[in-house]
Write a protein that binds this ligand. Structure first.
Ligand code: NDP
Ligand code: GDR
Length: 351
């Protein structure tokens, strides 16, 4: 039975990847952080008491900032594959905690790679690289050969992780790949990322649980796919003859404004925009209420204006193709958050 170690298993991607690897018959080990509140909500449905028979999902405390915990996990688990998904993954927050972000997102990768090198394990390594590496537009669509231009402490930390992964591959012959993944979303997306923030708020507004949603830059454009499709690409990258780096994207780009329009439309609130700049509002044309307002605190010191990926190498070499369209993604997220808001309203009524 193949053994995989996932860092960041409690996150959006970690939960989908754990599902995929369990389906494929792997024994899945996840590194989790000690937290004073529950942080395993996304994987609770996969978890079984380890005292039961044939349990294939095993969780271990550790931290990407703690090399000793990493080395202990590598020595005891001896994984065939490591997926390094753990990160302080919020770009805006990385401006507030730049040093911490560099530690986890940058040095975390080299701690794992050094662990593989030191223990001499024949472990394949996946690094969660990001389209944020492209940052300021140099060329579109962005592909594996497009130069990087990081625009945030997050992207700078991920640039170090990208190059150290490449360097350990070239220096020590470790099978190590960078997946340069463009934004991918799902009903499990963290609630402070813009897509989920919009679907969550729109659903609550549609049921009268909330009045208004505050956003930052509506003009930013992103290449948004479905996380469930993207974890398949991570696995495929580690099953090839040669380790290489791949862009994973849809090849379409949409603005934050368009995303919001589609979500509010789906939930029965067609939007009209009035005013401009920081005074712009999104009005629900049915109720006449201003349901979207701008709060400059969500603007970033440096913004990534446009991301649009070219996934043709992944299509050609991995046979990977996205299954879920942008519209299907919007509807999946809006519908899931409507259900969640309905449950909240019922729970409120019971109180
Ligand atoms: P999430 O923010 O949902 O999950 C991040 C995970 O990292 C969580 O499990 C978190 O644990 C864990 N983590 C945070 N800090 C540490 C630490 N110090 N040590 C160990 N684990 C830690 O991210 P996603 O699932 O969306 O993304 C997965 C990876 O892919 C990240 O590296 C992200 O930067 C990268 N990426 C994501 C893209 C996207 O669009 N989603 C696109 C490109 C790259 P806890 O639950 O305890 O907080
Ligand atoms: P991003 O995702 O920075 O692309 O990083 P996010 O959803 O945070 O922002 C996307 C764009 O929306 C604009 N925006 C807002 N963003 C947030 N979070 N909140 C708001 O209120 C808001 N209003 C407008 C942002 O300015 C930005 O342009 C994600 C993360 O998952 C990274 O870990 C990953 O590497 C990249 O995607 C690819």
């Amino acid at each position: 039975m193949k053994k995989a170690l996932i860092t960041g298993i409690t996150g959006q991607d970690g939960s989908y990847l754990a599902e995929l690897l369990l389906e494929k018959g792997y024994q899945v080990h996840g590194m989790i952080r000690r937290s004073s509140s529950f942080n395993t909500g996304r994987i609770d449905h996969l978890y079984r008491d380890p005292h039961e028979k044939d349990v294939r999902l095993l969780l271990h405390y550790g931290d990407l900032n703690d090399a000793s915990s990493i080395n202990t996990l590598l020595r005891t688990i001896r994984p065939d594959e490591i997926y390094n998904l753990g990160a302080q993954s919020h770009v805006r927050v990385s401006f507030d905690v730049p040093e911490y972000t560099a530690e986890v997102d940058g040095l975390g990768a080299v701690r794992l790679l050094e662990g593989i090198r030191e223990t001499g394990l024949n472990t394949r390594f996946y690094q969660a690289s990001s389209s944020e590496l492209y940052g300021k537009v140099v060329e579109t669509p962005q592909k594996e050969t497009t130069p990087f231009y990081p625009r945030s402490p997050y992207a700078c930390a991920k640039a170090y992780a990208f190059y150290i992964t490449m360097n350990y591959r070239e220096s020590y012959g470790i099978y190590a790949c960078n997946g340069i993944l463009f934004n991918h979303e799902s009903p499990r997306r963290g609630e402070t990322f813009v897509t989920r923030k919009i679907t969550r708020a729109a659903a609550r507004i549609s049921l009268g649980l909330q009045d208004c949603l505050y956003l930052g830059n509506l003009e930013a454009k992103r290449d948004w796919g479905f996380a469930g499709d993207y974890v398949e690409a991570m696995w495929l990258m580690l099953q090839q003859e040669q380790p290489e780096d791949y862009v994973i994207a849809t090849g379409e780009t949409w603005s934050v404004r368009s995303f919001a329009e589609m979500v509010f439309q789906r939930l029965g609130m067609p939007l009209e925009w009035r005013g401009g700049g920081v005074d712009e509002v999104g009005v629900d044309t049915k109720s006449g209420n201003s349901v979207i307002r701008i709060d400059p605190k969500y603007f970033r010191p440096a913004e990534v204006d446009l991301l649009l990926g070219d996934p043709s190498k992944a299509r050609r070499q991995l046979g990977w193709k996205q299954k879920t369209s942008f519209r299907e993604l919007v509807e999946m997220m809006a519908d899931a958050d409507l259900e969640l808001a309905q449950r909240e309203r019922r729970a409120d009524g019971v109180k």
